[in-house]
Ligand binder design. Structure first.
Ligand SMILES: Nc1nc2c(ncn2[C@@H]2O[C@H](COP(=O)(O)OP(=O)(O)OP(=O)(O)O)[C@@H](O)[C@H]2O)c(=O)[nH]1
Ligand SMILES: [Mg+2]
Length: 259
């Protein structure tokens, strides 16, 4: 499969650039100023770990093993011809976003929650109630951290489990009707979520399936586009704009602004 992306990963044996994915490194690498720190957050079992593992290792496991400690991954990503060293952090589910550095130190030491460059907030499309967790978390983030210039991407995972993907020919007519109405309900809820995220939060939104590796690359591409746009517009971490910032080609539409 050929991805028409400029999101590459370097190495795995060092033979030039591959087209997609992340370099499969679990090696702790020292945080540097240029390290892009991405944290995935979301309710239990929505697929955070699966998304990362699919992206970094092209691997998926049906078995559910709740994340019980912090894991970090260090892919290198090229987007719009800019190289980024990315640190992806997978953490156990957090009951709340630390409202200040004291709480972070006391409860989530070394998770890097408040200092993340960007966040990926994941929910389960087949269980839209899991979006509520994201909504609450985002409220807490907005209240307790300056989120200007901090990209946030909302990801609906488990797209493969959506109603329309699983028509049941074996079901009786009545069951089919019940299923249809349940699907209608969830479709409506999904529409509302997309609307809220895109129009009100002004954040990116991507649906994917970690299981089938559908649009997992798109998740990271979208996020890196946001980060790259900020970096090259002068709003990023190193707020000093690079000398040839006009050559970046990224537009400000990619920005995720949390008002
Ligand atoms: N059908 C389907 N199952 C998925 C998908 N992504 C993850 N799963 C399954 O969902 C379960 C939970 O996945 P995880 O990746 O462990 O979820 P998590 O969000 O990291 O869970 P915690 O670490 O407990 O917060 C596992 O059984 C996965 O196999 C998907 O896209 N489709
Ligand atoms: Mg996990």
């Amino acid at each position: 499969m050929v991805y028409k992306l400029d999101l590459d990963y370097l190495e795995r044996g060092g033979g030039g650039t591959l087209t997609v994915g992340g370099a499969p490194s679990l090696e702790p690498s020292p945080d540097s100023l240029d390290l892009v720190k991405v944290v995935l957050l979301g309710a239990p079992a929505v697929g955070k770990t699966s998304i990362i593992q699919q992206f970094v290792w092209s691997d998926f496991s049906e078995e559910y093993v709740p994340t019980d400690r912090k894991h970090t991954f260090y892919p290198s990503v090229i987007i719009n011809e800019h190289l980024y060293e990315v640190k992806i952090t997978d953490v156990p589910v957090i009951p709340y976003f630390p409202i200040n550095s004291y709480y972070e130190w006391a409860h989530y030491r070394f998770y890097g929650l408040r200092s993340a460059t960007a966040y990926i907030l994941v929910f389960d499309l087949s269980n839209v109630e899991t979006f509520q967790y994201i909504r609450t978390l985002r409220d807490q983030m907005v209240e307790s951290r300056d989120m200007r210039n901090v990209p946030v991407l909302v990801v609906g995972n488990k797209q493969d489990l959506l109603c329309s993907n699983t028509p049941s020919a074996a079901s009786g007519l009545q069951q089919l009707a019940i299923a249809e109405s349940a699907c209608g309900d969830s479709r409506e809820k999904r529409r509302n979520i997309v609307n809220l995220v895109r129009k009100h939060w002004k954040c990116g939104y991507v649906e994917c399936s970690a299981k089938y590796n559908w649009r997992v690359i798109a998740v990271f591409k979208e996020l890196m586009e946001m980060i790259d746009a900020l970096e090259w517009s002068g709003g990023g971490r190193n707020s000093e704009p690079p000398p040839d910032s006009s050559a970046g080609g990224s537009t400000q539409e990619n920005r995720c602004v949390i008002a």
